[in-house]
Design a protein around this ligand. Structure first.
Ligand code: ADP
Length: 264
């Protein structure tokens, strides 16, 4: 009698568990669908916005360089503000797009001379430093070729430089240091900017996380830049370190290991 009861109880339990598993499987499939739709939505949105924004940026640059005729000082200032805002927008879009892309693909390692990637980034940074009235110092050592994912490597350096410029007030200094070591390439970006409180230094590498600088000054951003940087560094088997103090500045140091080439 007791065994009978136990069996029927067990049977009910199994049925309930099976029903629950079916529900969870369905919910899981729905979540995966939603996740795919979200990725698709973000990718479409970013692509659709990027094309018109690129042409807007192109024309604003022509105006800014005086190539479309003379501007009054007031117009010059207005164009400069428009250009800066569009650049912020472009950066956010790029990060959004890149965040989607870099998580869903594997790295494509190629051997390249780091300077080929760094030179144009340094040139753009010099221009930006002049505009923002910041000192920009570059210290480079001789560099051997290294195996990295070209676009990821470029994205990583650009993001660190962008942040240094974005979070440093006029009159400050940004320093870009690259040191070649036998087993790794060290990239260091230092600034004398607003700095990051100790309690925030881990969190800034999380996706969409931004320090609340609202008391200091509004800094538009997506909070994705450093999440991407960390992802790229780790995907290269490297490390990232941060030293920062509020009001004094920040230094991000990245080490990218040289990959062992078979037979080499
Ligand atoms: P975003 O700059 O788009 O907000 P990031 O992921 O690049 O996103 O950075 C996350 C947060 O880390 C920023 O909101 C900012 O508060 C802080 N941060 C990043 N770089 C610096 C820096 N060089 N100086 C001060 N704060 C920084």
């Amino acid at each position: 009698m007791e065994t009978e009861l136990l069996r029927s109880y067990n049977q009910k339990l199994v049925e309930r568990l099976e029903a629950r598993v079916r529900e969870l499987t369905l919910a899981n499939a729905q979540l995966q669908d939603l996740d795919r739709m979200k990725d698709q939505f973000l990718a479409t949105l970013s692509h659709e916005l990027r094309t018109p924004l690129t042409s807007l940026l192109g024309y604003l640059e022509l105006f800014d360089r005086g190539m479309l005729g003379p501007l009054t000082p007031q117009q010059e200032e207005a164009v400069r503000v428009m250009r800066r805002s569009s650049e912020v927008l472009a950066r956010q879009l790029n990060n959004l797009l890149y965040f989607q892309e870099v998580r869903s693909r594997s790295l494509n390692f190629v051997q390249l001379q780091p300077l080929d990637i760094l030179r144009p980034l340094i040139a753009a940074a010099r221009e930006r430093a002049a505009q923002a009235q910041l000192q920009f110092e570059v210290l480079l050592s001789e560099m051997q070729p290294i195996e990295v994912d070209r676009s990821a490597f470029e994205h990583l350096v650009r993001n660190l430089l962008d942040n240094a410029f974005q979070y440093t007030e006029p009159g400050g200094r940004v320093r870009f240091i690259v040191r070649d070591e036998p087993t790794r390439l060290i990239i260091r970006v230092e600034d004398t900017g607003i700095g990051i409180p100790a309690g925030e230094q881990e969190k800034i590498f999380l996706p969409f996380y931004q320090v609340d600088h609202s008391l200091a000054r509004g800094h538009p951003g997506s909070g994705l830049g450093l999440a991407i940087v960390r992802h790229i560094v780790e995907a290269h088997g490297g490390q990232i370190a941060l030293r920062s103090a509020p009001g004094e500045g920040s230094a991000f140091t990245i080490a990218i290991p040289r990959r062992q080439v078979a037979g080499g």
